[in-house]
Design a protein. Structure first.
Length: 136
């Protein structure tokens, strides 16, 4: 197999009432010269217009996917974000993207190296330890 000229990557964005920030984030991602294979935006129970903003973008860019997560009542903000990201990872599991093992410590080091964010951190550490070097 010939490796691609550019790595295939996926972006997973947890979003909880992010409407004001999407005005900057969306154009930033969609105007890049190298766009992701998929941009999964996981709405973590927003009560603003996050859904509507993302759905407009998804109509214009087929690689943008909106996913609604049902947030657990009383769940801490950080833990909820981690679970939103993990739902995004589950949605991306069958895509043909690359994830070099060397990225894991860089991207997840605060969660991998400490139990401070339990129980979500345990789930991430378990996922990271099972992850292959690439999906190709």
């Amino acid at each position: 197999m010939i490796p691609p000229a550019h790595p295939r990557f996926v972006i997973i964005t947890p979003a909880f009432n992010e409407e004001p920030y999407l005005e900057v984030t969306i154009p930033s991602v969609t105007s890049q010269t190298r766009v992701p294979l998929r941009w999964i935006i996981v709405d973590d129970g927003s009560t603003d217009h996050t859904r509507e903003k993302v759905m407009q973008v998804a109509q214009a860019f087929p690689w943008v996917v909106y996913h609604r997560r049902h947030r657990q009542p009383g769940q801490a903000y950080f833990a909820s974000n981690v679970y939103a990201i993990m739902e995004g990872v589950d949605l991306a599991k069958d895509l043909d993207y690359e994830f070099p093992r060397s990225w894991t410590p860089i991207l997840l080091s605060p969660t991998i190296t400490t139990n401070r964010f339990s129980p979500a951190s345990k789930r991430i550490r378990n996922w990271a330890s099972r992850r292959e070097c690439t999906r190709t």
